[in-house]
Design a protein around this ligand. Structure first.
Ligand SMILES: Nc1ncnc2c1ncn2[C@@H]1O[C@H](COP(=O)(O)OP(=O)(O)OP(=O)(O)O)[C@@H](O)[C@H]1O
Ligand SMILES: [Mg+2]
Length: 392
């Protein structure tokens, strides 16, 4: 099964391009599901049909679903939320405010990703096309499984052990609302649902991310940052979609300057993101709503190529052996040296780029070694691991 995620700056055409891609794939006879991590009803708007939280067949071989964040929250978060509310109230916060505070922003989108994994595990689709929220939210979302996994692996077992031993005593001594077993079970269920999400989404044979851009300075700048962070977290970008290109046929002098500007920006995109393929879509003379217009756009973007193909293959992280040392290489395009932070602790390597931090669990062969040097070379971070000798 293939999963294709679309992201990019707000308004660049993510939903439109995702829908066009899904239609194109369905057109080749493969069962395709189009879904969104964005709670806004944008997929329904693009298709021009109503959708429900269950997949609905909207064209031959094409299903689409509309996230119901409230329902997902109820299913996954209610028990945990109840506990959070009682803690907040204990701390003197009014009930209504506690209710609001207990909902972590981005949680509903996270459940949408868990849904992607469920479709991956259960089928019956050949391809799932995901229209993601604008870049910032998508990045936070994609880094969450990493953060939660880390937390669950460390804190949860310890906390549970301590609480198990303390609860009978603590109940008598304090009014602090201790989490009971249902909270732990809810956290466990939550964790189980997320477990593997990252694995599926970073598996190069399964998942590709496509970045949608417009030929505009700010949009390109944001796409570059996104590309850096996606690599940091191990997601594989396999193409750029340049949308809203002014058609050659436009001859009105008013647009001449715009066409020149777009040409220059397109050249920048091609140079900056090489060797990623740049797929192109022209600016149309109307909004792209409904199957016919979207199919037409899909044909333009992919021509006769298979939209489900992995359009560019490169592992963001690799480990190689050089004599007695090992080198871990992490692709970090457009990252600057002075925004990089690196540290290690036991068998973990922490890499921070700007505001984002990734924890990399080191394989056994590296965990027992010492980092002897690190450098940023040709858009790649190279971390050299030496053997720890008996003397030191
Ligand atoms: N190539 C194009 N030609 C003409 N109109 C376009 C084109 N691409 C997108 N549009 C129109 O631009 C508007 C915004 O597109 P879309 O909703 O796909 O953007 P988005 O990136 O998903 O936005 P958001 O960040 O709000 O989710 C829509 O009305 C869509 O029909
Ligand atoms: Mg959208």
């Amino acid at each position: 099964m293939r999963i294709i995620l679309f992201t990019g700056k707000g308004g660049v055409g993510k939903t439109t391009v995702a829908a066009a891609t899904a239609l194109r794939i369905a057109g080749t006879g493969r069962k395709t599901l189009l879904m969104s991590t964005d709670p806004a009803h944008s997929v329904a708007d693009a298709l021009g049909t109503d959708l429900s939280p269950e997949p609905l067949e909207v064209a031959t071989n094409l299903w689409a679903e509309q996230l119901d964040p409230q329902r997902r929250l109820e299913e996954n978060w209610r028990d945990i939320q109840q506990h959070a509310i009682s803690v907040l109230q204990w701390a003197g916060i009014e009930e209504i405010e506690a209710e609001e505070l207990s909902v972590i922003p981005g949680l509903d989108e996270l459940f949408a990703l868990a849904d992607v994994k469920r479709h991956h595990d259960e089928g019956p689709y050949d391809c799932v096309v995901v229209d993601c929220a604008p870049t910032g939210e998508t990045l936070r979302l994609l880094s969450l499984p990493d953060i939660i996994q880390w937390y669950m692996d460390r804190v949860f077992p310890v906390e549970r052990r301590v609480m198990g031993a303390l609860r009978p005593v603590a109940r008598r001594m304090t009014t602090f609302p201790l989490p009971d077993d249902s909270v732990y079970q809810a956290v466990r269920r939550f964790y189980d649902r997320l477990d593997g999400v990252r694995k599926v989404l970073t598996d190069g044979d399964t998942t590709s991310v496509r970045l949608v851009v417009n030929p505009e300075r700010m949009v390109i700048a944001e796409a570059k940052r996104t590309y850096t962070y996606l690599n940091l977290f191990g997601y594989r970008v396999d193409a750029i979609v340049a949308n809203r290109l002014l058609p050659e046929a436009i001859s009105d002098p008013y647009f001449d300057r715009w066409k020149e500007l777009q040409q220059a920006h397109l050249a920048t995109i091609e140079e900056a993101f090489a060797p990623l393929p740049i797929l192109k879509a022209r600016l149309r003379d109307q909004e792209l709503v409904g199957g016919d217009l979207l199919s037409d756009l899909g044909r333009e973007i992919y021509s006769d190529d298979d939209p489900t193909a992995v359009l560019h293959e490169e592992d963001p992280m690799s480990i190689s052996k050089h004599g007695s040392t090992y080198v871990l290489t992490l692709k970090l395009p457009f990252a600057a040296k002075d925004e990089l932070e690196l540290s290690t602790k036991a068998d973990e390597l922490f890499v921070k780029v700007g505001p984002y931090r990734r924890t990399i669990m080191l394989p056994k062969v590296l965990g027992s070694r010492r980092v002897s040097s690190a450098q940023l070379h040709d858009e790649r971070l190279e971390v050299v691991f030496d053997r720890v000798t008996a003397e030191g």
